[in-house]
Design a protein around this ligand. Structure first.
Ligand SMILES: NC(=O)c1ccc[n+]([C@@H]2O[C@H](COP(=O)([O-])OP(=O)(O)OC[C@H]3O[C@@H](n4cnc5c(N)ncnc54)[C@H](OP(=O)(O)O)[C@@H]3O)[C@@H](O)[C@H]2O)c1
Length: 313
């Protein structure tokens, strides 16, 4: 089976239904209108048990209500997870570890983009903390539950925006904000998503699969921090009203296809750690600094330091 730009999350999930039915999948960042919400919907459609994880209960419930309306028998539950707080991440992970069934797949979809400079309660720049460190901690803490599955996968939703910048190993906090550039910071965090999948795959080899991906460009609430100046600066990619334009535009339905392929396609198992775009493997579309194995190791060690815990198989 091959998938491409014409695929949607629903068409991929339907094609891979036999791999998805009955599996437990945690999807983070399920706000209505975004990739996560559509991922929940298409997984539920083919009989997955889906855990809707996020920081805003009302938004989780809105997505849950919409999915239940369409699929009354959907097996859904909620998980409160604030990725910008290591305390919250640890509490959410403890809840997952108490489940009485394995977790087969976690799709780390939640993220923020282009936020003004802010440090989290753990002292980390907000985009790096939310988009990478929170994911790193959550995924590692729930690995025992994933390893109970016969075919566990971790999917890190990255972005073509990783081209905006590498991980700033010596200054991930932008000199405490003095030299902050919100696009370099988004780039850093999305580069980290790709490196994270590489090192996770390297450490766990055939015991666990990890993939990263770019879903496409769609107008979602991710764009809430973009200003008129940002749209002008990136006028090749956005219209003046903030809607994406050009070759990278994918509807939410289309972008979701890449998430489902990364999470379930059996034909990619031989490419553990790889990056996907447009519902297929596309490692050549990642920046060299985002696929560098030394950078992946270095980021793992830095992340362990920043969460105060070592994670090795
Ligand atoms: N849209 C695009 O064009 C595009 C392009 C490339 C990559 N992506 C990636 O796709 C993923 C999904 O984005 P989207 O476009 O679907 O936007 P979205 O609908 O805004 O999804 C982002 C989700 O992340 C959640 N979130 C933000 N901060 C969080 C935190 N601290 N803790 C827990 N959850 C948090 C949001 O929850 P709240 O609503 O409660 O804040 C929301 O549910 C992101 O990783 C993004 O980088 C998107």
């Amino acid at each position: 089976m091959t998938f491409d730009t014409s695929s949607t999350g629903e068409s991929v999930a339907t094609a891979l239904a036999s791999c998805i039915k009955g599996k437990t999948v945690i999807v983070t960042g399920v706000t209505p209108g975004g990739y996560g919400a559509e991922t929940v919907r298409v997984l539920a459609l083919v009989g997955a048990k889906v855990v809707l994880a996020g920081r805003t209960l009302s938004k989780i419930q809105a997505t849950m209500g919409a999915v239940k309306k369409e699929i009354p028998g959907a097996d859904l539950k909620t998980l409160i997870l604030e990725l910008g707080s290591q305390k919250s991440v640890r509490e959410a992970a403890a809840e997952v570890l108490a489940y009485d069934t394995p977790v087969d797949v976690v799709i780390l979809n939640a993220g923020v983009m282009g936020t003004p400079y802010e440090k989290t309660e753990d002292g980390l720049e907000l985009q790096f903390a939310t988009n990478h460190i929170g994911n790193f901690l959550f995924a590692n803490l729930i690995i025992p539950k994933l390893l109970e599955s016969p075919a566990p996968r971790v999917v890190a939703v990255g972005s073509v925006g990783h081209f905006w910048g590498p991980v700033r190993f010596d200054d991930y906090n932008f000199e405490d904000g003095k030299v902050y550039d919100k696009w370099l910071a988004y780039g850093q965090s999305k580069t980290a998503n790709i490196l994270f999948a590489i090192e996770l795959a390297e450490l766990y080899k055939d015991r666990l699969l990890a993939f990263s991906l770019h879903p496409g460009g769609a107008a979602t609430s991710l764009n809430q921090h973009m200003t008129k100046e940002d749209y002008e600066k990136f006028s090749d990619f956005f219209n003046s009203d903030g809607t994406p334009k050009g070759d990278w535009v994918r509807s939410v339905a289309e972008g979701t296809a890449t998430q489902i392929v990364a999470a379930f396609d059996p034909s990619i198992v031989g490419s553990n750690g790889s990056y996907l775009v447009d519902a297929k493997l596309a490692p050549e579309q990642a920046a060299p600094y985002a696929t560098d194995k030394d950078n992946a190791k270095k980021l793992w060690e830095l992340s362990e330091t920043l969460v105060g815990q070592k994670f090795r198989p």
